[in-house]
Design a protein around this ligand. Structure first.
Ligand SMILES: *[C@@H]1O[C@H](CO)[C@@H](O)[C@H](O)[C@H]1NC(C)=O
Ligand SMILES: *[C@@H]1O[C@H](CO)[C@@H](O)[C@H](O)[C@H]1NC(C)=O
Ligand SMILES: *[C@@H]1O[C@H](CO)[C@@H](O)[C@H](O)[C@H]1NC(C)=O
Length: 359
């Protein structure tokens, strides 16, 4: 109910539609009527997102019809305070297609007789329609001269890239934010003094770039090499053959101009045992049966050791860390003769010690 009323008001203001019966039909994007735009410039006309490049989308932009717009861009907000009306943002942020309500104070109306209008944030980063003016309607037919003088406030900066929260009225404070991909240079908050000057100059938004990402030893970047990268760019890493990718396989250029965590390429480890079985991946195997006689980075290798003066074995586990795998100090590799002549008496083949034997 309320939203259809809003839509009708928007309709009356921005689109001049003839009757409330056609509100349903207006849900579709209107055709751009050439020469009839109240706007200085409509963005590029389109039918599909693909026509709009990477940063823009093909969206309905009021009387401009389907147009290439950057939906993240914002319209001026807050607006300088105006006399005889209250202005409220009806959307969470003043970005594309956000709605703004301008309501005349009691006893005041706009020249068209309405006391409320809705303005829409257009693709050209301006609010739809003209600056509304609320005048008193008490003098019968003769409306009072429009009073365009705003209440005392400080001037607002060029809004490109910079969005603001708060009020520019005297005694108020304001917070600034830059669009994603830009960093704010200067003060992020400001106060409007009684003499209508800001405490600090307005900040500026500087574009953020990441330097080329770090090279990774034994790996390579899957990317076209560039001098700088934009925020949000992603680059993939691959490790050279046999090396294990430790960490994410991609890095992203962060809003502060640094890259997310870079991975490492880890080497596999030769197993420091030849004539004894070891446990790898839960299986008891001869080292020469392992592919290339190596285990992956991070793999556990369990060795069999002999308990002194007893014919029983116990185990000790070591981890392969980037090419380094040491045999545990208790491990002794059997001699060639032991291996050939008494394979069943190898430490890895005899019974495990009873836990009681080990105390
Ligand atoms: C305006 O007022 C502030 C604070 O009272 C003061 O610091 C500043 O110098 C004044 N600026 C001008 C241009 O008078
Ligand atoms: C950049 O941002 C990331 C994530 O927010 C943070 O972890 C990192 O410390 C920041 N780096 C610098 C230099 O501020
Ligand atoms: C190796 O052993 C440790 C400790 O017992 C365990 O946390 C880890 O998950 C094991 N790694 C593999 C690859 O099985």
């Amino acid at each position: 109910m309320e939203s259809s009323l809003l839509f009708y008001l928007l309709c009356v203001w921005a689109l001049n539609c003839p009757s409330i019966a056609s509100v349903e039909a207006m849900e579709q994007c209107p055709e751009r009527i050439l020469g009839n735009e109240r706007r200085r410039a409509c963005p590029k006309k389109c039918l599909l997102d693909e026509e709009c490049g990477s940063k823009r989308q093909c969206l309905c932009d009021g009387q401009c019809g389907l147009s290439c717009v950057a939906p993240g861009r914002t319209c001026p907000w807050p607006l300088p305070p105006a006399k005889h009306c209250d202005v409220a943002l009806l959307s969470p942020s003043p970005s594309f297609s956000a709605l703004l309500e301008v309501r005349c104070k009691s006893g005041y109306t706009m020249p068209n007789g309405l006391d409320v209008i809705i303005r829409r944030c257009q693709g050209d980063r301006q609010w739809s329609g003209d600056e509304p003016v609320c005048t008193t309607s008490q003098n019968g037919d003769r409306a009072e001269e429009p009073d365009r003088v705003p209440v005392a406030s400080c001037s607002l900066p060029d809004y490109d890239l910079l969005s603001m929260q708060g009020s520019a009225a005297v005694g108020s404070s304001i917070k600034y934010q830059c669009e994603s991909g830009y960093v704010l240079v200067g003060h992020s908050q400001n106060i409007c003094h009684k003499n209508q000057t800001w405490q600090y100059p307005h900040p500026v938004c500087r574009r953020v770039f990441c330097p080329p990402p770090k090279e990774v030893d034994r790996g390579h970047l899957v990317a076209v090499h560039r001098v700088e990268y934009e925020v949000g760019n992603t680059i993939y890493y691959l490790c050279k053959k046999t090396f294990f990718l430790d960490g994410p396989n991609q890095v992203t250029c962060l809003p502060n101009g640094t890259w997310s965590a870079v991975p490492a390429c880890r080497a596999r480890c030769p197993v420091p045992a030849q004539r004894s079985r070891v446990i790898v991946g839960g299986e008891k195997r001869w080292p020469y049966d392992l592919t290339d006689g190596v285990v992956a980075h991070g793999e556990n290798v369990t060795f069999f050791c002999q308990y002194p003066e007893k014919q029983c074995s116990f185990t000790a586990t070591e981890v392969c860390v980037d090419g380094q795998l040491m045999a545990p100090s208790c491990y002794l590799d059997p001699t060639w003769l032991q291996f050939k002549l008494f394979p069943h008496r190898l430490v890895s083949e005899i019974d495990a010690c009873d836990p009681a034997d080990l105390q």
